[in-house]
Ligand binder design. Sequence first.
Ligand SMILES: [Zn+2]
Length: 473
Amino acid sequence: MIMMRRLSAALVALTLVLITAAYGGSGDKGDKGKAGAPGIGDRYFPTLGNGGYDVEHYTLELSYEPGDDVLAGTATIEAEATKALKSFNLDLAGLEVESVTVDGDEAEFERDDAELIVTPAESLAKGGTFTTEVEYSGVPDPESDPSLGIPLGWIPLDDGSYVLSEPNGAQTWYPVNDHPSDKATYTFRITVPDPLIAAANGLLTEQVPGDGSTTYVWESGDPIASYLVEVAVGNFVIVEDGTAAGVPIRHVFAADLADEATEAAAETPEMVEFFSEEWGPYPFEAYGALVVDTPLGVALETQTLSLFGSDTALFAGSEAIFAHELAHQWFGDAVSPERWRDIWLNEGFATYAEWMWKEHDGGESIAESAEDIYRGFEASGDDTVLLDPGPDGLFGAAVYERGGLTLYALRVEVGDDVFTEILRTYFEKFDNQSVTTADFVDVAEDVSGKNLDELFAAWLAQAELPPFPGASA
Ligand SMILES: [Zn+2]
């Protein structure tokens, strides 16, 4: 994610709406299993995600009517029980649930705030796979962020909609294990009135004409974290731009903005080639930008199809944002945070990537960008500890700027070639997985052969800003 206001180095903080859990169920002992936990264990978001199972695949069959804003859906969730379960939870905020089945049998369900508690007719055995089908409908009610005024979730527009979920908006539009530590593959079947188009992550594999409507089928064969799932409906054009490093480039642009957006995204193929050479092959089946016809104040690295507003795509400095969101496809999307407090692993890397692209494109060197950012950050007096920015500080300047500087400090310490090898190894080792800061530190130490405890402690674990890297060497 990146915010417009961050470009002027303003400190932004995203205040998060914490959902209170009132659920205290505990099941029978023995082979009937227990209730799955209502949270996956993230200290910042105690009720996000759920325990007791691991989702493998979601099939989301949706229909959406712009105007009345009603979303109707059937979510089919294939999962593996990681323990014997008498009941389990999904995250779902608002919307009406009409029915729930597990392995084809009616299941009991109840709602408790954003928890959908499902009790199958028969308990689930540890290690077994099971399929849950949830029929639901209603007008999605976005989570509202009071500090930035950014609504999160399924957001209606006059002639369509888009999804912006980081960190907890996915649960406003489908039942989900809403946490990046449980990634899954997706099939989308989205029915919209003609002539609107529905776009989603992955590849458009089929368009099925209906009676005044069309069903768009998109497949994502690579696992996606729930906050990176995108479904957008609108008067779109799909713009193909060949392949880059073997990756099909396809953009989805609001028809009104297609010419300007095509120009703004023109360097995308070269960016894909550049970052693929630096870090290893682009991790997914396609890439492109989704530009909606409304200002968002932010852009988000929704997997294979990064979301931009008219503002974040179409201004003179938007190239840095295009580089930032593309870089996240490696760092954030393919390699995802295991816990939200490690968000610097996303934003520090994407910020550093902005400096890489700028240098590659003939602008400031990485060292110059790093020093500029360092001086500004130093002057701000921001004393956020990167290893624990707090739920309110997830998207604060420190996560981006001090995060990028941490990588710069590592590069100065180990040298350019070893630094590049560290990033390549980290990506290759954890592609399609979720990681903690310790995973990155381990790779950095293994590849460099150095003990880097002092460096990482100074940059990540303490409030005081270390000297500019190399300045006192
Ligand atoms: Zn970002």
